[in-house]
Design a binder for this molecule. Structure first.
Ligand SMILES: [Zn+2]
Length: 144
C-alpha cells in the first residue's frame, strides 16, 4: 500500500507514460516511456517533499463519459481502467490532493505522510525509450 501510493507520487513527478510496473514487499519498479535522463537525487527529494507535505489521498468515482472527455487522466499505457462496457458506468479514480489524479482500483494509504521514507534506489536505462525507476524504503537501504 505504501509503495503503491508512492508510485503515484513518482508518476506525478515524471510526466511521461508508464509502460510497466511491478510492486513487491521489498521494492517498487516503474518503467517510463521516455528518452530523457532522470535524476535519482531529484526524484528522491521530490517524493520526500510530497510525503512531508502530507497530502490527503482519496478515491472517487467519475463517469466513463467524463473520463473519455479527459484522456489525460489515463497515465498508464498498459493498464486501462476497468469498465462496465456500457459507456454509462463509473470509473474509480485516485486523487492525491493537488498532486495526482488517475484511474486506479488499487489500495492506498489515506495520507501521503503514511508512506514514510521512500528513496529511489536505482535508475536504469532499459532501452532507448524506457527508463526504469526502482523505489525502496529508506529503512531497508540504510547505509547503502
Ligand atoms: Zn493506485
Amino acid at each position: 500500500m505504501r509503495f503503491h501510493t508512492a508510485t503515484h507520487l513518482l508518476c506525478a513527478l515524471v510526466p511521461h507514460p508508464v509502460n510497466g510496473c511491478s510492486i513487491t514487499a521489498g521494492y517498487a519498479r516503474l518503467d517510463f516511456h521516455m528518452v530523457e535522463p532522470l535524476d535519482k537525487e531529484a526524484l528522491t527529494s521530490g517524493i520526500a517533499r510530497l510525503v512531508a507535505e502530507a497530502h490527503p489521498v482519496r478515491h472517487r468515482w467519475i463517469s466513463e463519459a467524463e473520463l473519455d472527455a479527459n484522456p489525460g487522466l489515463v497515465r498508464s499505457m498498459s493498464v486501462q481502467p476497468p469498465r462496465t462496457g456500457t459507456g454509462e458506468g463509473q470509473v474509480r479514480v485516485l486523487e492525491i490532493d493537488g498532486v495526482d489524479l488517475q484511474p486506479c482500483g488499487g489500495t492506498h494509504v489515506t495520507n501521503t505522510a503514511e508512506i514514510g521514507r521512500v528513496v529511489v534506489t536505482k535508475i536504469e536505462k532499459k532501452s532507448a525509450m524506457t527508463r526504469r525507476v526502482v523505489l525502496g524504503f529508506a529503512d531497508s537501504t540504510a547505509g547503502a
